[in-house]
Design a protein around this ligand. Sequence first.
Ligand SMILES: [Zn+2]
Ligand SMILES: [Zn+2]
Length: 266
Amino acid sequence: MRTRGVLADLHNHSCLSPCASLEMSPSLLARRARERGIEVLGLTDHNGALNCPAFAEACRREGIVPVFGLEACSLEEVHVLCLFGSAAAALAFGERLLGSLPRLPYDPEKLGDEVVVDADEGVLDLPDYYLGAALELGFDELCLAASGSGALVVPAHVDRPMFSVSSQLGFLPPGPYAAVEAMRDPDPSLRGGFAVVSGSDAHVPEHVGRRAFEVELDPEALAAGRSGGGAEFLAALGAALRKGAVLPSWARAGTAAGSPRAPGAA
Ligand SMILES: [Zn+2]
Ligand SMILES: [Zn+2]
């Protein structure tokens, strides 16, 4: 089967993340991503997946392949993307992480709102606990738990001066990673031999798609991902990442693929 290069962006926050803008509903995120030519889109709120059901419907409406994730924060304050093929799998893992989330006093006024919404931006719930805290789970343990639950595990922004393997641990430990995510072309010591993807880490609408990457995928896997076959799609995405069939944003810049695409263009 011939593959084709598609724009993907696996790291984005919605209004469930206390640090994200309230207007970042799953539906706005999916709409902006479609306008920017993104075909594979991840939702990765801090330590929680409660907006994944709305995200599933929002992506269906936009014709986007959804990847259901969360950005877990280890005990050492390292951020890790945990990516699943279904909203149910992401919700189950989020539920499991809740057992390791310290119940700190949470003041939405100071720390930001956490809003669970539906695909039409109706408010469903306002969790009364703070999702931005570090879990009581060490980095290695967290990565193993995620991969054991079927997730693609991607250490987030490995080159960022905060909340990363480089800032918190000083190195990339061996682990069950599908790839690592970086903001710029990282030092080889932070790659660990894995493929490097870029991610927008969008917390506001203007940042959606700012660091999308290109990945070579089988059109059949994309079709499966669009029609509820998330497990099949996740396996294909994992295989493409492990093969290194990716072009991060800095490698796309200046190439034909790096030029802006028309809204909705394939
Ligand atoms: Zn992060
Ligand atoms: Zn993030």
